[in-house]
Ligand binder design. Structure first.
Ligand code: C2E
Ligand code: CA
Ligand code: CA
Length: 564
């Protein structure tokens, strides 16, 4: 039997064979903890093993097993021996009381029950016990969990991770040169710095993480339930920057730094012991490498996260120093071979003049949010270039790729409007390419944004059509102008019957819904002929032109007009 109390931190077990006494007692203490009741010795022991009581109220005179015998067994069980036992008895002899103390009891409650007195006894014992628990599991200086509690949390996290296939990360953080600081200053300042460090680390962590102090200037942060190792690297960085903020004590500034070693279950450590050992080895490596840095134990994790951070840093400076360029690829109407449009494709020019493909950096740009400024740069450049062509009398529509992150960003519409305004490009000469995935992501927002774009006159194309989430209902619901047949179908259409069939179906669909069609990745005359025969009129691909810088694109246009 079990009744819920308000203070669920404490567990109280009542062992009493008189049902009415048990009930009266449980009512009296129900607000002091989680209350369990057993009516005989053996079931009390079984229940104790389940509920792990802080306090046992134990009747001495019971049928079968006596309260003394129960107490003896409790004290013999290493898991239960810490429970505080208070005996309940109607026999007030001193000998009984002495025996109770010998068996390890810490108090006495007399029957008939004087409830206020009993309650006061129980409350006092629970308070003492909680204090003892806090002392045993927490570091006295900082109040953080100590190694005992951490060990417990690690076991729990590992069990959970086994089941959910998640990761657990351990970060061992050691302050750099703290011994010198501590020795050269008064210890009270050293202590204050440690207390402040503990507070900062706790603030940086999530509620489910455990920030613990191991002793000295060594802290361990346990992250249960992490998905990617990248977030662990990001977290370590955050810890370092929170330590790097100067500490101010009594008008003095202290600059601290920390070295962090990281181990990850199950990637490089299969159990708690390995997590400790590997985090320690990695921390040592961080110190060897010059302190004030973090190191993963696993070289593989290390290099992948470092590569990513490097790329992200590069991307930020690339944006600043203008090494991104916009290339253009022609869209050709096969009927009269006219260039009716161009797709803007971003390029990143390396110092050695080589180009980095967008497939290498766009995904990370999306993840880090850098796609917002990068995408804005492309859109602005594309609109200005298109307006230049139009001022030269060339009616060319410019297509710009918009990733989902950009499209769903709050200020997206406003940004498009601003750029159209500043470039003077008429909206009907701008086409935005989005993928099917965007349509499925946030249907309401998408519909609003698309409708508003359509009202302004901007055209919408569905890129890579046929590869993603493809619902015909969406095509009817959203204002879409163009379908771009994905290049993977075009590539194999002449050798793979099912690709040819998909292309035919897409063409029929576009015709039925009155949508414009563009085939991309057209590399051979054979593909172009087959596409044209199936009913597709607009082509894009190496057969006509590769993506090229704007100047070259202008030359390409000039050459074509001269020939025709
Ligand atoms: P996408 O939108 O499907 O662009 C077409 C890709 O196919 C381009 O690759 C283009 O160079 C390539 N391509 C064109 N014709 C042919 C051909 O005949 N054969 C072959 N094999 N490939 C051809 P690119 O420029 O490397 O761009 C890759 C992807 O990166 C793009 O795929 C697009 O999803 C993304 N991307 C490029 N620029 C931007 C941008 O400014 N913003 C965003 N969000 N994404 C961009
Ligand atoms: Ca595209
Ligand atoms: Ca495409």
């Amino acid at each position: 039997m079990r009744s819920k109390g308000i203070n669920l931190d404490s567990v109280i077990l009542i062992v009493e064979d008189q049902a009415t006494d048990a009930l009266v007692l449980s009512e009296a203490v129900r607000d002091l903890g989680d209350v369990y009741i057993a009516s005989d010795g053996p079931s009390a022991l079984a229940l104790a093993r389940q509920c792990n009581p802080d306090l046992v109220l134990l009747d001495i005179e019971m049928n079968g097993m006596s309260g003394f015998a129960v107490c003896q067994e409790l004290k013999a069980d290493p898991k239960l021996c810490d429970a505080a036992v208070i005996f309940v008895t109607s026999h007030a002899q001193a000998s009984n009381e002495l025996r109770a103390l010998e068996y390890g009891g810490i108090g006495f409650i007399r029957k008939p029950l004087d409830l206020p007195v009993a309650r006061a006894h129980i409350k006092a014992h629970l308070a003492l016990r909680n204090e003892a628990k806090q002392l045993a599991n927490h570091d006295a200086l900082t109040g953080l969990p100590n190694r005992i509690l951490l060990q417990d949390r690690i076991e729990q996290a590992l069990q959970k991770a086994h089941r959910s296939k998640a990761r657990v990360a351990m970060l061992l953080l050691d302050l750099d040169n703290f011994k010198n600081i501590n020795d050269s200053l008064s210890h009270s300042i050293g202590d204050a710095l440690l207390i402040e460090t503990a507070a900062r680390l706790s603030l940086a962590a999530r509620a489910l993480d455990t920030v613990s102090r191991q002793g000295g200037d060594e802290f361990i942060i346990l992250l249960p339930e992490v998905n990617g190792v990248d977030v662990v690297g990001d977290f370590a960085k955050r810890l370092q920057s929170t330590i790097a903020t100067p500490f101010v004590l009594n008008d003095h500034r202290y600059n601290l730094s920390a070295s962090i070693g990281i181990s990850v279950f199950p990637d490089d450590s299969e159990n708690a012991e390995a997590l400790y050992r590997h985090a320690d080895a990695a921390m040592y490596q961080a110190k060897l490498d010059g302190r004030n840095r973090f190191r993963f134990f696993s070289a593989d994790i290390e290099s992948s996260t470092r590569g990513r951070h490097l790329l992200e840093q590069h991307m930020r400076s690339a944006l600043e120093f203008g090494v991104f360029e916009v290339f253009y690829q022609a869209k050709v109407a096969v009927g009269d071979a006219a260039v009716i449009g161009m797709e803007a494709l971003i390029r990143w020019r390396n110092k050695d003049d080589s180009l980095i493909s967008p497939t290498a950096f766009i995904p990370l740009a999306e993840e880090t949010g850098l796609i917002i400024p990068i995408g804005k740069y492309v859109l602005r450049q594309a609109c200005h270039d298109a307006q230049k062509l139009i001022e030269q009398g060339r009616q060319v529509v410019v297509s710009v790729n918009i990733s989902a992150v950009q499209f769903l960003e709050e200020s997206f519409l406003q940004m498009v409007q601003d750029i159209l305004f500043e470039s003077k490009l008429k909206p009907e000469f701008l086409e935005l390419e989005i993928t099917e995935g965007v349509l499925a992501k946030d249907v309401n927002t998408t519909q609003q944004v698309l409708t508003s774009l359509r009202e302004q006159g901007v055209r919408i194309a569905i890129d890579d059509f046929g590869t993603g989430y493809c619902s015909l209902a969406y095509l009817k619901r959203f204002p879409v102008d163009v379908l771009k047949i994905d290049q993977s179908f075009v590539r194999d259409m002449l050798v793979d019957k099912s690709d040819a069939a998909i292309i035919e179906a897409i063409i029929k669909l576009a015709q039925a819904l009155d949508l414009e069609l563009v085939a991309e990745g057209v590399e051979t005359q054979g593909q172009a002929d087959a596409l044209q025969a199936a009913g597709c009129q607009i082509m894009q691909g190496y057969l006509y032109s590769r993506p090229v810088p704007f100047m070259q694109f202008c030359e390409f246009l000039n050459a074509r007009t001269m020939h025709s």
